[in-house]
Design a protein. Structure first.
Lengths: 359, 330
């Protein structure tokens, strides 16, 4: 069992409310994802399903550092991201179930969660593809002279795409307020960072763009939070982008279809589990009397019931009406009129007006 | 009405929209001090400054993606891709991102982005700089793809594109930039999407085209008129949304159709038009629909070879004459 002393990283101890919030969010994510895995095996969730169990501190610590108005972008391993920004667990689970009450009304699923009202702009499925888009959000802040910053999270695999390099270069050359967070969980699917990256210390790639780069223990929620807050402040105030590498580990496979065993050893997984981010933070909190052991237990019970409610509510929710299939392809007020002449009686001319089949 | 070139009409539209709406800004390679590779943005950098006419590195995937992100945040970026050939390095951003965002996020965010880019061929620019790839995009739900063939449409459709709440690929044409025409004296002149135009009326044959090929079709119509054949020319104007009704109405009248395009016909715009004609007015056809596109080779450099590959007037006219002869009209 990890000693709390091992978690001391120089970050200031948080107050009780912050401690409770951080622990609660990480525990919620852990329980939510464990139950998600189970729901997947019960075939209530389809498609891909990427779990981030073990990575909660890297997600929660960074997101907790955001200020009102800042924008957040994430990869497809995004269940925790959505929960960390405060999206209702029921709406997140409903999205995984493909229900109309889901955060994307059942159009996006596991990989495309978002919550625009909470400035969370996805949930993206092409590795590296959302980095230039996040740069564009920072550009919008710059164009409109808004005092906000962007946090863009992605996995280690994204750092070998051209989009990563183009995004960092643009952010640096245009002095944009953005923090790139490489959540290095050691593997891009089954390929290790060392195997895939000529410079495996990913934060060092910032040097090529005269950008600040640093690494932090991604299993230490306070260290992640401190580093992200500092870099976001620098981005907002000095218009200096940065690359933050958070070192962590996913206990599960790349997706639920991957047992996660052929490319790594059980010993490696066991070693990382000794540094479990939630266990460590719980120990720190109790040793410093920020939370009692009873309170920790209460939080676990609380998140278990929150997740149960989310599942129950998502199960009860309706699937989208299939008559809504063509909604949201376009959003301009004139779109129906624009497409009206494509073929009479059909939105894009691909289907007969009367449906004679059933799903 | 003011006389101007296609290039000047585009510039006027950009100028008017930059002036009208603070959320509009331009991005692209060499569009500032250099005034644009084809000088469309000349003078705008001086007038609006480096922030609203933003020069970019050669990084299409990067800055096109940045345009998408800025649009998601409520800006109205107009991204210039120097030629449509270069958009291929940013294809992921266009197809996997811009086209999908509104739908996969359940309608909660939109992408009011315009991508301006010229295609076309004929100046010995060879295989990597002579493509007409608009059909690749026009098949993708979530995008709007437009291709103005006149000076007035260049102005009015670009303004419509900038004011539209969805991502629009605005296809210009290298050969069109110096074409002259008139533009209405109205800063709110816009041309609605999804409405094709009958740019010449006739009763014997319908030629359907878009972009510069409309100009070629009009010259073919002139040539055939000298032999007493009346050709109707339909300018598609927008490829997605597509106005199939106007095409069908014309074919019902003439009973004969030829579809011409600057790109490859196989799986091309003309393939789609033929399918729509088939569905809407098969029984009105007097002859199978004929297609003319670029020869199905990468564009060669040597001038005689290039001319042999282009869908020039002589080829369109020859195809039309053969069709008419087989129908007993010529």
């Amino acid at each position: 069992m990890a000693k709390a002393a091992e978690t001391a990283t120089g970050a200031d101890l948080p107050d009780v409310d912050t401690t409770r919030r951080l622990f609660h969010t990480m525990a919620l994510i852990r329980r939510f994802e464990e139950r998600t895995e189970e729901q997947y095996t019960r075939a209530r969730i389809g498609g891909y399903c990427h779990l981030a169990i073990g990575e909660e501190a890297a997600t929660v610590g960074a997101i907790d550092a955001l200020s009102e108005g800042d924008a957040l972008f994430a990869s497809y391993r995004d269940h925790g991201t959505a929960l960390a920004v405060g999206s209702p667990p029921m709406a997140v689970m409903a999205e995984l179930f493909g229900k109309e009450t889901g955060v994307a009304h059942g159009r996006g699923g596991s990989m495309h969660l978002l919550d625009a009202a909470r400035s969370f702009f996805g949930g993206w499925g092409i590795v590296g593809g959302h980095l230039p888009i996040a740069v564009g959000a920072a550009l919008a802040f710059d164009q409109a002279d808004q005092p906000h910053a962007v946090l863009c999270q992605f996995g280690d695999g994204a750092t070998n795409t051209g989009a990563f390099h183009e995004a960092l270069n643009l952010a640096a050359v245009w002095h944009l307020p953005i923090v790139f967070q490489a959540i290095n969980n050691q593997y891009g699917m089954g390929t290790s960072v060392a195997q895939a990256s000529a410079e495996p210390e990913l934060h060092k790639r910032a040097v090529a763009y005269r950008m600040h780069g640093e690494e932090v223990d991604g299993n230490d929620v306070l260290a992640v939070r401190e580093a992200t807050a500092r870099l976001l402040a620098q981005a907002r105030e000095e218009r200096k982008p940065a690359l933050l590498e958070t070192l962590t580990y996913r206990y599960r496979g790349h997706s639920v279809a991957d047992a996660g065993k052929v490319y790594r050893t059980q010993e490696e997984i066991t070693e990382w589990r000794k540094r479990d981010p939630i266990t460590r933070f719980g120990l720190l909190a109790t040793e410093h009397n920020l939370l009692s052991a009873d309170e920790v237990e209460e939080i676990w019970q609380q998140v278990a019931s929150e997740v149960k409610e989310a599942i129950d509510g998502a199960l009860e929710a309706a699937f989208p009406d299939i008559d809504s299939l063509y909604e949201h392809v376009y959003g301009d007020p004139a779109w129906r009129e624009q497409f009206a002449r494509m073929e009479p009686g059909a939105p894009f001319g691909e289907r007969a007006e009367e449906r004679t089949w059933q799903t | 009405m003011a006389d101007m070139t296609y290039r000047e009409a585009l510039r006027l539209a950009l100028d008017e929209e930059l002036d009208r709406d603070d959320s509009v800004f331009l991005m692209g390679e060499e569009i500032g001090r250099f005034e644009g590779s084809y000088k469309v943005t000349a003078g705008l950098w001086e007038k609006y400054g480096a922030k609203r006419v933003r020069e970019t590195p050669i990084s299409e995937g990067g800055f096109l993606g940045a345009g998408i992100g800025a649009a998601m945040m409520g800006m109205r970026p107009v991204v210039e891709i120097m030629t449509i050939n270069f958009i291929l390095v940013a294809m992921d951003q266009v197809i996997n991102h811009a086209a999908k965002i509104r739908y996969m996020f359940g309608g909660t965010v939109g992408v009011p982005l315009v991508i301006r880019t010229p295609g076309g061929a004929g100046a010995q620019l060879t295989a990597q700089h002579s493509q007409s790839l608009e059909a690749w995009f026009a098949g993708c739900p979530g995008l709007k793809v437009v291709a103005p063939a006149s000076v007035a449409d260049a102005h009015g459709m670009l303004k419509t594109a900038i004011r539209d709440d969805d991502p629009v690929l605005f296809c210009e044409n290298l050969v069109m930039y110096n074409v002259t025409g008139t533009v209405p004296d109205d800063p709110d002149h816009t041309v609605p999407f999804g409405q094709a135009a009958v740019v010449r009326e006739g009763g014997d044959l319908t030629i359907v085209a878009h972009s510069y090929t409309v100009q070629r079709a009009l010259r073919v119509a002139d040539a055939l008129a000298r032999d007493g054949v009346e050709v109707e020319v339909v300018d598609l104007r927008t490829l997605r949304p597509l106005d199939a009704e106007t095409v069908a109405a014309s074919v019902r009248k003439t009973s004969r159709a030829l579809v011409a395009e600057e790109g490859w016909a196989t799986y091309g715009v003309s393939a789609e038009i033929v399918a729509r004609i088939h569905a809407l007015c098969f029984d009105d056809l007097d002859h199978p629909v004929v297609r003319v596109g670029q020869a199905e080779v990468p564009m060669p450099y040597s001038k005689p070879l290039e001319l042999a590959a282009l869908p020039i007037e002589a080829k369109i006219e020859a195809a039309a004459r053969q069709l008419l002869a087989e129908c007993g009209v010529l």
